[in-house]
Design a protein around this ligand. Sequence first.
Ligand code: NAI
Ligand code: 15L
Length: 268
Amino acid sequence: MTIRSLLVTGAAGGIGRTLRTSLKGRYPLIRWSDVVAMAPAGPGEECVTADLSDAGAMIDLCAGMDAILHLGGQSTEAAWPVVQAANIQGLINLYEAARLAGTKRVLFASSNHAVGLWRRSNLIDHTAPARPDGRYGLSKAFGEDLSQLYAYKHGIAGFCMRIGSCFEKPANQRMLSTWLSFADFTRLAIVGLEADYTYEIVYGVSRNTRSWWDNANAYRLGYDPQDNAEVFAADVEHIIGAVPMDEDFQGGGFVSPDFTGDPARIPA
Ligand code: NAI
Ligand code: 15L
C-alpha cells in the first residue's frame, strides 16, 4: 500500500521515540501523537497532543490519515479504570475515528500478555487463542478482536503485533526469549504498513534462538528480523524472577500478582 499520511500514537513512549528516527522521511506526512508533550515537529511531521479517551479529539486526530500505527495507551498492568479508559474506550474511540476518516489500515501494538498464561513449554503461533495474564493482557486481547471486527466488517486492514519485550537490550533470562530490538520493531512495522493483507496476528520478536513463538506468519508477510537476544546471554542469563510460577508462564512477572487460581487447572 502507498502511504501518504501516517498517524503514530504513543509517540512520546519508549518505542515511539525510536520510531521518530527510524521512520523519518519514509512517508510524506507522519503525524505523531501522545497525551504528553513530544519533541517538536520537523519537516514532514506534525505533533498533536491528544487523549485517547476523548472521542472528539480522536476524530480530529485521525482525519486525513491513510494509516495508523497505534502504540499509545497503558503499557503495563494497572487498575481497571486506567486500563478501561486508555485501552478499551480509548481503542474504541481510535478505531471509530479511523472508520470515519476512511483510514485504510491500523497496526495495533498488542502484547505477549494477551497470551501470557500459555506455558513456556508451548511453542505457540499466531493461531493460539488469547489467554491473558491480567487486566492489561485482556485489553490487548480485546484490541485484537476489535481489530478483526474493523478489518472484516469495515475494511480497515488490521495488523496485530503481539510484542514481546521491546527495549534497547534484554534485561533478564526471560527476555532472551521475548526480546524485540528497536530495529526489528521498525522492520515489522514497515511490513505491517506496506504488505498486502486483511487481518493478521504476528509476534513482535527478534530472531531469538530461545523464542517461544513460531513467527512463520510474520515471515510469510515479509518480516526478516536481523537481531538475536542470544548475544546478550552471558550478561542476563542468571537474572530470574523470584516467583517460581512466573518462570513457568510466558507472561513472567505479570502472572503472579493478584493470582488466586490453581496453576494446575490452566490447560497445557
Ligand atoms: P510506553 O508506556 O513507553 O508508551 C506508551 C505511550 O502512550 C506513552 O508515551 C503514554 O504517554 C501514551 N499514553 C498513555 N495513555 C494515553 C492516553 N490516554 N492517550 C494518549 N496517549 C496515552 O510504552 P512502549 O513501551 O513504548 O510500548 C508501546 C506500545 O506497545 C504500548 O501499547 C504497549 O502496550 C505495547 N507493548 C510494548 C512492549 C514493550 O516491550 N515495550 C511489549 C508489548 C506491548
Ligand atoms: C509489555 O506488554 C509491556 O508493555 C512491557 O513494558 C514489558 O513488560 C513487556 O510486555 C514484557 O513482557 O517484557
